[in-house]
Design a protein around this ligand. Structure first.
Ligand code: 7RM
Length: 651
C-alpha cells in the first residue's frame, strides 16, 4: 500500500439539511445539478449579462489558456450600473455605506453610482486615460473605491487595486509591474480611530514607479497631505464641471476577453503574481455564483465584510452583487471599533439578510464572546457565508448558533484569486451542510481530488484539489509571465488545474478542504493536514484559535508545534498545555499530539486573515523570518518569537 498524499483523522458527524421554507423559495433548486456544463454557462451568459453584441462561441480551450463568450461585446459597468437605472431601479440603494467614525453614513443609489462613475470617468479621460490605460487604486473602504473601479471599467481602463495598508514597496512593485499611468488614492483612511497615511505612502511608492503620471486624491479625513503640482489632483476639483449624464461618457464596448483587472497575489515566493481577469467570463462567473449561492432576493441587504483590495471584495462586494442589482453594505472600519458589537449594530440597522465573512473574523468574535451579538436583533439574517480558510467545525457551529440564531444555513465557499469566482460551496436551499465542509462543486465546475501520480482518490482519501475543466471566471494568465503560469498551475498533472490545496472527498461526495499542500506535516511518515489538528484544538471549550506547523525532529521527521489563543484573553498554563495535548490525542489520535504548545494572544495573519504558518515554522525552527511584508500586524510574530523562546528556556 502506498502512503496517501494526506491522511484524514478528523471525523465530523453533524448534519444540517436546508430548512423547508428556505428550500421552497431558493434561487437554486435541485434540478440545477442536472444542467449540462455547456447549457448552464450558455444560458447564464446570455441571460444574466446584457450584450452590445451577443457571443458566437461559448468557450475555447487551448490548454492552459481559455477564452469565454467569444465574439461577444459588453461592458462591465453597463451591466453593474447603467442597465439597472434604465430599468427604473435608479433609486434603489447600491451601498449603505457606514463610515468608521460613528454616525457617518451615506446611502449611494444606483443612479448616484452612475452619475459619480460617469463624472470620474470623464475626469480620467482628461488625464489621458482611455481603453487599455492601466490605473492603480490604493484606497480604503469608501464608496469611491468602487466608483473608481467602475469608472475604469466604463472606459475600458484595466485597474489594479492595492490593499490600503500595504507598504510603499508593495504598492510600487504593483504599479511598476502593470505600468500604471494613473493612481487613485485618498488623503488618509480611518482605522480604529487613527489615520492611515495613504497619500504619504503613495508618494513614497511613486519614487519607484515612474510610469505613474497623475495622481487623483480623494479627500477623506481632511487632514493636510502634500500635493505635487502638476502631478496630483484633488478628486473633487478634477470632477468639478465634468458632466454626469451617462451619455457624456458611454460605456465602452469591450471584447469578452479584454482585460478587466489584475490582482496581485503574493504567495510564498518574493515576486507577486499579477493574476489577470477579463471581462465577460469573469462577470458571468461572479454574478451567477452570487445569485445562486447567496440566494439574493430583489429586496436583500447583502453584506460581504471583506476588504475591497482582496479578490473577495472585487467579486463579491463590487462586480457580482452590482451585476445582480443587489443592495449591499460597505463598512469602512474594523469589527471592534469603537466596540466589539459594531458589526451586529450594523446588521440590525440595515436589516442585513446575508452576511459573508472569513473564519478569522468569526474566531475573533468567538474569542470576544457571544454577548456582543446578543445585544442586537439579528433576526433579519437568513444566510451566512464563510471564505478564506478552512473553517473549524466549532467556529462554524458558533457562527450558525450565535449569529444565525440556529436557523440560517451556512455556506462555506472555496475559491481563489485565480478562480475569480466561488468553485465549491453548498447551495443553501439544496445542500445538507456539514460543519467544516465546503460540500459540492458549483454547477458547471469540475473539481476532483488526485493523488501524487494523478489518479482520482476515492471517498475518504486525502490528496490534491484539481479543476478539470475551464470555467468562465478563471484567470487568463499571470501578467507578463506565461512560464510561471504554466509552471505554477498546469505542470503537476498536465492539462488539469492544480490549486495548491489539499482536500478529501467523503462518502457523500462532499469536499473537505485541508489547507495549502505546502503546510502538510509529516510525522513518522504520516502526512497530516494542519487544519485537522487545529480543529481538534479549537474543539476544546477554552480555545478560540489555533495554528499548527511541523518542525524538524530527529526521531519523527517532523514534530507538531501548536500556537494557541485562549478565549477571553486568558493566559496559558502548564496544566492547560497538558490538557490540550491530551484533548488532541483523544479527539484524533496520539500521532497528532502536539510536541509543544505556545500560548499567544494573536496569530500572524495576512491582511485577508489567513494564518501564515510559514512564519510559524520559521519561529519553531529558530530561523530568521521569511518575507513578512504581507503581515497584517508585524509585531505579532515578534511577540510569538519571544514567547516561544521564553518557553524553551523554561524547559
Ligand atoms: C477567496 C480567497 C485562496 C486560498 C485557497 C485556500 C484558501 C479560501 C477557503 C479556503 C478552505 C475555504 N482567495 N481558502 N477559501 N480554504 N476553505 N472556504 O481566499 O487567493 O486570497 O486565497 O485560500 O487555501 O487556495 S485567495
Amino acid at each position: 500500500m502506498t502512503t496517501p498524499a494526506i491522511e484524514t483523522i478528523l471525523t465530523e458527524d453533524r448534519r444540517y439539511p436546508p430548512p423547508e421554507d428556505f428550500a421552497a423559495q431558493a434561487n437554486a433548486q435541485p434540478d440545477i445539478y442536472e444542467r449540462s456544463f455547456d447549457e448552464f454557462w450558455e444560458t447564464e451568459g446570455r441571460e444574466r449579462l446584457s450584450w452590445f453584441e451577443p457571443f458566437t462561441q461559448l468557450y475555447e480551450w487551448k490548454p492552459p489558456y481559455a477564452k469565454w463568450f467569444l465574439g461577444g461585446k459588453t461592458n462591465v459597468t453597463y451591466n453593474c450600473v447603467d442597465r439597472h437605472v434604465e430599468r427604473g431601479l435608479g433609486d434603489k440603494v447600491a451601498y449603505h455605506w457606514e463610515g468608521e467614525p460613528e454616525g457617518e453614513r451615506r446611502d449611494v443609489t444606483f443612479a448616484e453610482l452612475q452619475r459619480e462613475t460617469t463624472r470620474l470617468a470623464n475626469a480620467l479621460k482628461t488625464l489621458g486615460v482611455g481603453k487599455g490605460t492601466a490605473v492603480g487604486i490604493y484606497m480604503g473602504m469608501v464608496p469611491e473605491a468602487a466608483i473608481a473601479m467602475l469608472a475604469c471599467a466604463r472606459i475600458g481602463a484595466p485597474h489594479t487595486v492595492v490593499f490600503g495598508g500595504f507598504s510603499a514597496d508593495s504598492l510600487s512593485d504593483r504599479l511598476h509591474d502593470m505600468e500604471c499611468e494613473v493612481l487613485i488614492t485618498q488623503d488618509e483612511a480611518w482605522r480604529r480611530g487613527t489615520t492611515v497615511p495613504l497619500k504619504r505612502t503613495a508618494d513614497e511608492a511613486l519614487r519607484e514607479a515612474p510610469s505613474v503620471r497623475s495622481v487623483v486624491v480623494l479627500r477623506r479625513t481632511g487632514n493636510d497631505v502634500p500635493m505635487t503640482e502638476g502631478r496630483d489632483f484633488w478628486w473633487h476639483e478634477l470632477v468639478e464641471g465634468e458632466p454626469d449624464d451617462p451619455a457624456s461618457c458611454p460605456c465602452e464596448p469591450m471584447d469578452s476577453e479584454d482585460l478587466l483587472y489584475l490582482l496581485y497575489t503574493s504567495g510564498t515566493t518574493a515576486k507577486p503574481k499579477g493574476i489577470a481577469h477579463t471581462t465577460a467570463g469573469y462577470l458571468c462567473g461572479v454574478a451567477t455564483t452570487h445569485h445562486y449561492i447567496f440566494d439574493v432576493e430583489p429586496d436583500s441587504v447583502y453584506w460581504c465584510a471583506a476588504d475591497i483590495g482582496w479578490v473577495t471584495g472585487h467579486s463579491y462586494i463590487v462586480y457580482g452583487p452590482l451585476c445582480n442589482g443587489t443592495t449591499g453594505v460597505l463598512y469602512e472600519g474594523t469589527p471592534d471599533f469603537p466596540d466589539k458589537d459594531r458589526w451586529w449594530e450594523i446588521v440590525e440597522r440595515y436589516e442585513v439578510d446575508i452576511l459573508y465573512t472569513a473564519p478569522t473574523a468569526i474566531r475573533a468574535h468567538m474569542k470576544w464572546g457571544h454577548e456582543h451579538a446578543e445585544k442586537h436583533d439579528l433576526s433579519s439574517l437568513r444566510l451566512l457565508g464563510s471564505v478564506g480558510e478552512p473553517i473549524n467545525p466549532e467556529a462554524w457551529e458558533w457562527y450558525r448558533r450565535h449569529i444565525g440564531g440556529g436557523r440560517t444555513p451556512v455556506v462555506d465557499t472555496w475559491w481563489q484569486t485565480e478562480t475569480g469566482m466561488i468553485m465549491i460551496s453548498p447551495l443553501p436551499g439544496i445542500t445538507t451542510t456539514k460543519p467544516g465542509s465546503a460540500t459540492k462543486p458549483f454547477p458547471g465546475v469540475d473539481a476532483a481530488v488526485y493523488d501524487e501520480s494523478g489518479n482520482e482518490v476515492g471517498p475518504g482519501g486525502g490528496g490534491y484539489l484539481v479543476l478539470r475543466r475551464p470555467w468562465p471566471a478563471m484567470l487568463r494568465g499571470i501578467y507578463k509571465d506565461d512560464e510561471r503560469y504554466a509552471e505554477t498551475y498546469w505542470s503537476k498533472y498536465g492539462d488539469v488545474y492544480f490549486a495548491g490545496d489539499g482536500a478529501r472527498i467523503d462518502e457523500d461526495g462532499d469536499f473537505w478542504l485541508l489547507g495549502r499542500v505546502d503546510d502538510v506535516m509529516n510525522v513518522s511518515g504520516h502526512r497530516i493536514s494542519t487544519i485537522e489538528v487545529e480543529s481538534a484544538l479549537v474543539d476544546h471549550p477554552r480555545v478560540a484559535e489555533a495554528a499548527v506547523c511541523g518542525r524538524n525532529d530527529a526521531q519523527t521527521g517532523q514534530a507538531i508545534v501548536a500556537y494557541v489563543t485562549l478565549k477571553g484573553g486568558e493566559d496559558g498554563s502548564v496544566e492547560m498545555l497538558e490538557e490540550l495535548r491530551n484533548h488532541v490525542a483523544r479527539k484524533i489520535g496520539p500521532i497528532a499530539k502536539p510536541a509543544n504548545i505556545v500560548f499567544t494572544p494573536e496569530l500572524p495573519k495576512t491582511r485577508s486573515g489567513k494564518i501564515m504558518r510559514r512564519l510559524l515554522r520559521d519561529v519553531a525552527e529558530q530561523r530568521t523570518l521569511g518575507d513578512t511584508t504581507t503581515l497584517a500586524d508585524p509585531g505579532v510574530v515578534e511577540e510569538i518569537r519571544d514567547r516561544a523562546a521564553a518557553e524553551a528556556t523554561e524547559e
